[in-house]
Ligand binder design. Structure first.
Ligand code: GLN
Length: 466
């Protein structure tokens, strides 16, 4: 698929469509949709902005590439004056006091936000069922989950309700729903895009990530959002990725994959066969393929969940009904905190807060939390060694196909294990992209830190290869 952003941009300039009509059409589709992708619509501001774009075009002024392009925002981002619910009961009526840097950069480029999108509450989940707005239904087969946690964002893109959407990826939440709904989804290198104004889940792996239908649109949106931000000290300065740089794929010579991922008993037989067939096609193009050793997936999952739960327990401690969200008053302050948090957080979020506080508590933190940190270092070292040998690491996005709606809620442990192939790359803070090809849930393309360009380049190569 070619760039939709460029296509719509051309239509706007040629006046074959008006921006108001375009935005209205998308708003109607969102309003009528039965996939539960919408938490709130931004109708008035969106139409107002669209009218301004039309006036500019009518006056013969030039417009930027993203100007007038309607997009969606996972409901964990701040956009001043609009609801930011995190799909939670606690923040159901909370309105953002300011705008996230990544979103502000898109607004500065003229893109038009039209919807706050359904997701797992606070990013906790892999199916977008942990939400007060109803389970998100898969774009391809509505009996299946939309994936998570950025499920609403992925389904909106897949169904063309938005041109692109901005998700958030802590342990796979952009890549996995992208795979489940057959689109592209990028988790950039940690720190390439500012997290300021993204509600913190696990701050050491949280990343802002675009979802779109083409590599080109991912590139355009990534460039618009990237850059150093004084409000997020983990950000760094990056160079714009030029289109011409990702078209020439001749400098990719070696690809690796983790043998134990593919030989695992947990992998679906079809996903395994499809992945190995893709590897053969890549070899046939003259690329050397190496098998790599890696940590067992259960070690990856337990390391990730130990650290992610510890971080989310700390991050969510500020939500006690005082400064943010709904408060339930009880006999004294302490009881009010307890009742508010017990009543207004979901079961899944409470499970993570309890687990996180447990691994951080005296008597456990050395044995569990510090061990998790040490394992994370070992995982990063392993990646560094791998990228001395190969340019790209390939993996299926998930070991299994999307579950039916309802199944993940019954078995949280099985849900955690379904993140086996995405969480390791998050712990390594690497750039990694879901390409909707190769297996039913797509291929995950990963490069060394700060090498986001190579990831996009390889995705272009795959378009002509498999
Ligand atoms: N499914 C993973 C989790 O629940 C990842 C979620 C995310 O990336 N926000 O932690």
């Amino acid at each position: 698929m070619k760039s939709q952003i460029q296509h719509i941009h051309q239509q706007l300039i040629d006046k074959t469509i008006s921006c108001v009509d375009l935005v209205q059409e998308k708003l109607n589709l969102l309003k009528d949709n039965t996939h539960n992708t919408v938490n709130s619509l931004l109708t008035d501001v969106a139409l107002e902005q669209a009218a301004k774009v039309d006036t500019k075009i009518a006056n013969g002024e030039t417009i930027g590439l993203l100007e007038g392009i309607p997009f969606g925002i996972k409901d964990v981002y701040m956009l001043q004056g609009t609801y930011a619910t995190a799909s939670s009961d606690l923040l159901k009526k909370y309105k953002s006091a300011y705008t996230a840097t990544a979103i502000q950069k898109l607004l500065d480029a003229g893109a038009i936000p039209i919807v706050k999108e359904n997701c797992d509450s606070f990013g906790h989940g892999s199916s977008s069922e942990n939400t007060i707005f109803g389970a998100v239904k898969n774009a391809v087969n509505p009996e299946l989950v939309g994936g998570g946690s950025s499920g609403g964002s992925a389904v909106n893109v897949a169904k063309d309700y938005t041109v692109f959407s901005i998700g958030g990826d802590t342990g796979g939440s952009v890549r996995q729903p992208a795979g489940y709904n057959n689109i592209y989804g990028l988790k950039p290198t940690y720190g390439r895009i500012s997290r300021y104004g993204l509600m913190a889940y696990a701050s050491s792996t949280d990343c802002v990530g675009p979802l779109a239908k083409s590599v080109e649109d991912i590139r355009i949106v990534l460039n618009a959002m990237s850059g150093k931000d004084t409000k997020d000290q983990t950000t760094y300065t990056s160079e714009t990725i030029e289109e011409s740089n990702i078209l020439n794929t001749s400098d990719i010579k070696t690809v690796g994959y983790f043998k134990n991922f593919i030989e695992s008993e947990a992998i679906d037989a079809q996903i395994k066969n499809d992945f190995l067939a893709s590897i053969e096609k890549i070899k046939a193009k003259g690329i050397q393929v190496k098998e790599l050793d890696f940590f067992k997936s259960d070690i990856l999952v337990s390391t990730y969940y130990t650290l992610a739960m510890a971080e989310t327990a700390s991050n969510l401690s500020r939500l006690d009904g005082t400064n943010y969200g709904d408060r339930i008053d009880d006999k004294d302050l302490k009881e009010s905190y307890a009742v508010t948090r017990s009543e207004k957080f979901s079961e899944e979020t409470k499970r993570r807060i309890v687990g996180g506080n447990q691994v951080l508590s005296q008597g456990f933190s050395d044995e569990i939390y510090l061990k998790g940190l040490a394992l994370r270092d070992a995982i990063s070292e392993n990646f560094e060694k791998d990228f001395e040998e190969v340019n790209i690491i390939l993996s299926p996005v998930t070991p299994s196909t999307p579950p039916k709606i309802g199944d993940s809620l019954k078995d949280p442990l099985a849900m955690y294990l379904s993140d086996a192939y995405t969480v390791g790359f998050s712990l390594g803070q690497l750039p990694t992209l879901t390409v909707p090809q190769g297996t039913e849930t797509g291929l995950q393309v990963t490069a060394a830190k700060n090498n986001d360009e190579l990831v996009l380049k390889f995705a272009n190569f795959l378009k002509d290869t498999i």
